[in-house]
Design a protein around this ligand. Structure first.
Ligand code: AMP
Length: 211
């Protein structure tokens, strides 16, 4: 089969990043993620776009969505250069879903389903090793090496207040996107509230079936 074009949907903290990394390794596709792309361009000057704030970072630190115009351009460029891909973090509203429709066809749309209580717990406990990029959790997956533990950092938008706002934005803007694909019979529902390797078995089998 040609390399699959995969969309992975789910709330912040649902495990999209973890499962996308598995998908990249198994299916040899590109990981296209708007969150990482925007984090590398937090200071980009977008003042000529008639937006409320002058940089993506200002939206991100508040837990708000970066304007569609900025994000659509990033995704369009990335997808045009990829054969197969796993798209993660986009679309986050119906306008973006319609925009995506014009950019590419998808082979499979995965949705990682996780309860809100579990999402808050996962996100506020998430820590990053700035030296290796490895992701840990204070309770579920703490580092064994005390030196690593000492240098762990929290993502700026993983504080409780911003997490609550991100989840509110998710419910308001992104849940309709889940319904959009569901109504078209394209959504593959995956129970994301299990151990990462159990979720992965399901994700892998679903992609193999669909592609
Ligand atoms: P993430 O790493 O996917 O949780 O994204 C972090 C932040 O980047 C979000 O809270 C938004 O501010 C911004 N962002 C990422 N993807 C999008 C998108 N598709 N549309 C608008 N803003 C986005």
């Amino acid at each position: 089969m040609a390399q699959p074009r995969i969309l992975i949907l789910g709330a912040p903290g649902a495990g999209k990043g973890t499962q996308s990394a598995n998908i990249v390794e198994e299916f040899d596709v590109e990981h296209v993620t708007t969150g990482d792309a925007l984090r590398s361009n937090k200071e980009m000057d977008i003042s000529d776009m008639d937006t409320e704030y002058d940089t993506p970072g200002e939206y991100m630190d508040k837990g708000e969505l970066v304007p569609d115009e900025v994000v659509n351009a990033i995704v369009d460029e990335a997808l045009s250069q990829a054969d197969g891909f796993v798209l993660d973090g986009y679309p986050r509203n119906l306008e973006q879903a319609e925009e995506l429709e014009g950019m590419t066809d998808l082979d499979v749309v995965l949705y990682l389903d996780v309860s809100e209580e579990e999402l808050v717990h996962r996100l506020t406990g998430r820590r990053l090793d700035p030296e290796t990029g490895e992701i840990y959790h204070v309770e579920y997956n703490p580092p064994e090496d005390p030196e690593v533990e000492d240098r762990l950092e929290q993502r700026e938008d993983d504080t409780e207040e911003t997490v609550r706002e991100r989840l509110r934005v998710y419910r308001e803007n992104t849940e309709p996107v889940i319904d959009y694909y569901d109504d078209r019979g394209e959504l593959e529902l995956i129970d994301g509230e299990r151990a990462p390797n159990e979720v992965w078995d399901d994700v892998k089998a679903t992609i193999e079936d669909a592609a």
